[in-house]
Design a binder for this molecule. Structure first.
Ligand SMILES: [Mn+2]
Length: 485
């Protein structure tokens, strides 16, 4: 059963022992970050935290705040209503298997059709819980929005689902772009150049029209997951959310803008972006672990705020890893692995370790058959969507567990000749990456840590990896059990 509200999800976490209530007043300025950061850095990602009495400038907020709700493998699976994230990957695989795709493009089309068939098409409804309260006289100062880190430029909404549409085709997009609070009714809108929201904005700019924007907070966590997932352009996040939750998303019309939003959202901020208008945004303690600087970004003007009566404000923080975002990104990688395998059947597994904060480090294991196959995989990944930002790609053999960083580093150290096994390329870089000398462009490095073949010039005969015989292992297992008795 899909979650009917964000609160229902929190109740499920509580029943599973995955939620801790904080019943004392805690400041939204820095203190909640410190609480949450310690939780996220405890083994396995700690627990979700529900702050029942967040304070804003020393005054109690009318709304509770939940954080770290997806910050563990268990909670991420709970958010997606599965025992394990792999179950969704399996469902994805089934859609793709219906008819083997012959190319990436065909694969995505098939996936889109498959997802569409599987109870994913949204339903239009006249009313919904997100309209229980329609605020005319409101201020964002009343929401428990976090000031995350000491040198942040202000308070930031960190888990907004930003709904926009293409003015030409009407195609919808939902993305998560941080929003800096300027005043009670104005925020920044941090969509970077590579994002779909920015592309829609450009079209409104060219047409000289005001851009309607609706920002949802809360509701079924599947919405937020879908909004962060690296879906290909044109695969509707709402459709994908419907596929994940196995129930059509109910959409309701906004009061002041021509957009539709999930009817069960906790808060809906309606408003617009005036094309061409920008304002300095930042600094912000980012997922890179560093502050990103001040840059001009579009401005979001609020025209209405609608909400549930019992609304809970969802938040996250980013910073030095590991953080909650690792578990969200890791789930995406697992779910979309079948899609990657369509074009790269030799891929066995893939991991984005937390230290790499998504784009900086990618581990891929392959079933290697021919010389330089590792390089073919690197170049393939560098050409695919957000994977273009991957700063380091390390390719290992199929028998290496890419989710075990220690094992990957062992292969890297043992199997490589640095000069022979590395390659450098030029590619676009993540806007948030402060490493490159110029923003948005730079170099990436690929490391081939697979065993080398004679065809790759390795003529010494690759040695065999140590491995204990299975009967001996079984015998020692038994002996150890005897000792425990
Ligand atoms: Mn999209």
């Amino acid at each position: 059963m899909a979650f009917g509200s964000f609160s229902e999800f929190l109740a499920a976490l509580e029943r599973a022992g995955e939620l801790r209530r904080i019943a004392i007043p805690v400041a939204t300025e820095l203190e909640i970050t410190e609480f949450a950061d310690r939780e996220m850095k405890s083994p396995g990602g700690g627990k979700a935290l529900l702050f029942e009495k967040p304070t804003i400038g020393g005054k109690p907020s009318a709304f509770p705040l939940a954080i770290n709700t997806m910050g563990s493998a268990k909670r991420m699976a709970a958010a997606l209503q599965v025992g394990e994230v792999e179950e969704l990957a399996h469902q994805m695989q089934l859609i793709l298997k219906a008819k083997p795709p012959t190319s990436m493009k065909e694969g995505w089309t098939l996936l889109k059709q498959g997802v569409d068939l599987l109870h994913a098409r949204p339903k239009r409804v006249k009313d919904g819980p997100c309209k229980e309260v329609i605020e005319k006289d409101f201020s964002l100062d009343d929401l428990p929005i976090l000031k995350c880190w000491p040198k942040d430029g202000g308070r930031f909404i960190t888990l907004p689902n930003v709904h926009t549409k293409d003015p030409d085709t009407g195609e919808r997009n939902v993305g998560v772009y941080r929003m800096q609070i300027y005043d009670g009714r104005t925020t920044g809108m941090h969509w970077q150049v590579h994002k779909v929201g920015a592309r829609h904005g450009k079209r409104y700019y060219e047409r000289g029209e005001r851009m309607p924007v609706a920002v949802c907070l809360g509701g079924d966590p599947a919405y937020t997951f879908a909004a962060t997932a690296p879906l290909p352009d044109g695969l509707d996040e709402i459709l994908f959310a419907g596929f994940v939750r196995k129930k059509s998303v109910e959409l309701v019309r906004c009061e002041t803008v021509d957009l539709e939003v999930p009817a069960d959202a906790d808060f809906v901020l309606e408003g617009y972006v005036q094309p061409g208008e920008t304002r300095p945004e930042g600094p912000f303690g980012d997922h890179t672990g560093f502050y990103t600087g001040v840059d001009p970004y579009p401005v979001f003007h609020l025209t209405a705020l609608t909400r549930r009566k019992d609304a809970v404000y969802p938040a996250t923080i980013v910073g030095i890893p590991p953080m909650e975002d690792f578990y969200i990104g890791d789930a995406s990688v697992r779910i979309f692995l079948p899609v990657f395998r369509m074009n790269f059947p030799e891929i066995v597994d893939m991991a984005l370790p937390p230290e790499g904060v998504f784009h900086n480090l990618v581990f891929v294991s392959i079933r290697k058959q021919y010389p330089y196959q590792a390089y073919k995989i690197m170049h393939g990944l560098w050409g695919m969507g957000q994977m273009m930002f991957s700063k380091y790609i390390v390719v290992v053999d199929e028998d290496c567990d890419v989710h075990n960083t220690s094992e990957v580093l062992f292969r890297l150290c043992a199997n490589t000749d640095p000069q022979r096994d590395t390659t450098f390329i030029k590619n676009p870089c993540d806007s948030l990456d402060h490493g490159p000398s110029l923003p948005n462009i730079g170099s990436h490095m690929g490391i081939d840590a697979t065993r080398k073949l004679p065809g790759e010039g390795y003529l010494r005969g690759w040695p065999e990896l140590l491995k204990m015989d299975d009967p001996v292992k079984a015998r020692v297992d038994a002996l150890r059990k005897q000792l425990e008795r």
